[in-house]
Ligand binder design. Structure first.
Ligand code: NAP
Length: 312
């Protein structure tokens, strides 16, 4: 395995307790897993204190208990969405001023117990801060060796491109990764599947990626929280349209041909697509993890991929 998957650590330390989180992380590393995705804000909305940080804290405790593991994994974390005070979110989010980014990375490194992260994301756009300030602060972290690479999540394409131009003009490295919601089923037009205006992959995002070979695409909530396979998690109304019927029929066909299931076919389809996508899978059991690993390892034939692509 597998550089083609990222383990989402959003629920670690909140909905998934520390013991189970360690079990999943150990299994992931044993399976050859590399990328672990978290954020300074995880998971404030289920945290009684309301500020988040548990995800990074549990990850940091695991790294401390497994000293030989740090060089084998790559840590991806984010700044910009954590609330700074009680009140309605996102109005209370820290944003992406130079100060918020500086204190964000310091706090993340402290919780993680490390002196660097391999990938640092702008979690969501901050309309109140000039892009030059945000980009300059991120680029400085790369120059200082604290951060390996930069990405942005939930950004509109025009803002991503503008940010990259600013970085380039200033001799910085800029954003080279995008993280949005993406899966096989397509949302109804006009619906925001992640709740955020620019939170989901669109044709425009894919087109941008096809023409910028230095960019990576990370897909969050790729398994629709379990809805592909679980009766207790019915598909959201977002997917209530005729295209879903066609796509589920092809998924089922290919799951039967490969002796697998919908989840595995979705992950295989994402991981070997053009552009290739790294699914960020959230798991709460080791069985889920095993399924994710098997999914990104499944090879689809050209014919199967063509049938999946053309179902609308
Ligand atoms: N950048 C952003 O704004 C953003 C937003 C959201 C998420 N993310 C990242 O993406 C990661 C994944 O997001 P997510 O948790 O929303 O999405 P997900 O991977 O689609 O859903 C995870 C949930 O699906 C269920 N599940 C997972 N594997 C399963 C399997 N094999 N069979 C049946 N059910 C399964 C589990 O539910 P139960 O626990 O209920 O069993 C699990 O908690 C997060 O951890 C985070 O790192 C980023």
């Amino acid at each position: 395995m597998t550089d083609s998957l990222a383990l989402g650590a959003m629920w670690f330390g909140t909905l998934v307790d520390e013991h189970r989180s360690f079990e999943i992380l150990d299994r992931y590393v044993d399976a050859g897993g590399v990328w672990i995705d978290t954020a300074n804000s995880y998971a404030f909305w289920v945290d009684p204190s309301g500020f988040g940080g548990q995800g990074e804290t549990v990850l940091g405790r695991w790294l401390a208990r497994r000293p030989s593991v740090r060089h084998r994994v790559r840590i991806s974390t984010k700044v910009g969405a954590a609330p700074t005070e009680a009140g309605p979110w996102p109005e209370t989010a820290e944003g992406l001023s130079a100060g918020a980014i500086k204190s964000g990375i310091e706090d993340s490194l402290r919780r993680l117990g490390t002196d660097h992260v391999e990938l640092y994301w702008a979690h969501m756009p901050d309309p109140a801060t000039p892009l030059d300030e945000t980009v300059g602060a991120f680029d400085e972290l790369v120059s200082a060796g604290v951060v390996g690479r930069l990405g942005c999540s939930n950004y509109p394409v025009w803002q991503l491109e503008r940010a990259r131009q600013i970085s380039r003009a200033n001799g910085g490295t800029g954003f080279t990764a995008v993280q949005q919601h993406h899966t096989y089923l397509q949302p109804r037009p006009g619906v925001r599947p992640s709740g955020l205006r620019f939170g989901a992959v669109t044709e425009e995002v894919l087109h941008y990626l096809e023409h910028h070979a230095d960019m990576a695409l990370w897909a969050y909530t790729p398994l629709l929280s379990g809805s592909y396979t679980r009766a207790d998690k019915p598909l959201a109304a977002t997917y209530d349209h005729p295209g879903t019927t066609s796509r589920l029929a092809v998924l089922d066909e290919i799951a039967a041909e490969t002796g697998t299931n919908r989840n595995r076919v979705v992950l295989a389809w994402l991981a070997a697509g053009i552009p290739a996508v790294r699914p960020v899978v959230g798991v709460s059991t080791v069985e889920h993890l095993d399924e994710a690993v098997a999914g990104v390892s499944l090879k689809l034939t050209a014919d199967q991929r063509e049938r999946l692509d053309s179902a609308v």
